[in-house]
Design a protein around this ligand. Structure first.
Ligand SMILES: [Mg+2]
Length: 313
């Protein structure tokens, strides 16, 4: 039987160096600062700094925190409706300001995605990432999903400029912020397991719709499917999401400056995507026969299975 498995990857600093500013350009943090300046001027920027800057937060999470710290900022959201569109009339101040922030910072960042005359691009791929992305797109037994607190438009354009095929599925801020539930935004973003649950739901709909979908073993089948996922990222939030979602986690360590203690909780570590290609290519028939992708990577990388994951499944 041919089994399809899923590689799930974080985007920022896992596949592309988005936190490295483009030459003579603006960093992500600069783009946020500029967008916030556009929205509220100096008082907004001061509040942004009091939050400690962006700190790997999703835009809606940042806006919620800023409005909590400085409630003055939440006044007169209606003045922004011209900028984001009248469909947001009646939306909460937080939703409207989140839209403004996203639209403004995306305007700034999207215009910077490009290939330079020397052949390099912004954002630059991480080590071996383009080889991996090209290779994985050619494997019928492997899918690719992205989980990112960034934006679909940005990720798609980056893939396009890089000349690699688009991922099969994405969960980004764009799929998260319009949801009513979970109510608390923190329950919807990393390190909460919710983004992984959305990927899982998509995967089940795509791959299990058939006789087995409605039989009594659905829960069993559904949780078994999770063993066919692996998730990689570069941060502690990625690690914790994977632990909570009970998905084998690989930590990408190209950027790590010294190993933080959390890194040791990862199931396997890697610093070059080519190593992933080598392991998965070598194990093609085992993957196709259903040996979980995480198990293969853990074993080959000399890592260890995730505690708890093994016990429960
Ligand atoms: Mg990241």
């Amino acid at each position: 039987m041919f089994v399809k498995q899923l590689f799930i990857a974080d985007f920022d600093e896992n596949l592309f160096h988005t936190f490295v500013p483009p030459p003579n350009g603006l960093s992500v943090e600069d783009a946020y600062t500029k967008a916030i300046w556009h929205m509220w001027g100096e008082r907004g920027v001061r509040t942004f700094w009091r939050c400690g800057g962006l700190g790997n937060r999703a835009p809606s999470e940042l806006i919620d925190l800023m409005l909590k710290i400085n409630s003055d900022l939440g006044k007169h959201p209606e003045r922004s409706l011209n900028f984001v569109g009248n469909q947001f009339g009646g939306a909460s101040a937080s939703s409207i300001f989140t839209e403004v922030l996203i639209k403004k910072k995306l305007e700034i960042l999207m215009s910077q995605i490009q290939r330079f005359p020397d052949g390099t691009m912004w954002p630059g791929p991480t080590k071996g990432a383009l080889d991996f992305l090209r290779w994985v797109s050619e494997q019928p037994h492997l899918g690719l999903a992205i989980i990112s607190s960034g934006h679909e438009e940005f990720i798609r354009k980056t893939f396009e400029v890089a000349g690699v095929p688009q991922p099969d599925f994405m969960v980004t801020e764009d799929q998260i912020r319009y949801r009513k539930y979970p109510k608390d935004i923190r329950d919807r973003v990393k390190p909460a397991p919710f983004p992984l649950a959305l990927v899982h739901q998509w995967w089940l709909r795509k791959n299990l719709y058939g006789p087995s979908y409605h039989d009594g073993n659905f829960n069993n089948i559904a949780s078994q499917e999770r063993r066919r996922f692996v998730y990689t990222g570069d941060g502690t939030k990625d690690l914790h999401m994977a632990l909570k979602g009970e998905v084998t986690f690989g930590m990408f360590t190209e950027n790590s400056q010294g190993l933080e203690p959390e890194i040791y909780e990862a199931s396997f570590l890697f610093n070059n995507w080519k190593d992933i290609v080598v392991v998965l290519a070598k194990n093609r028939s085992r993957l196709e026969s259903g040996v979980p992708i995480g198990d293969i990577l853990v074993r080959e990388a000399g890592g260890r299975p995730m505690e708890g994951l093994r016990r429960r499944l």
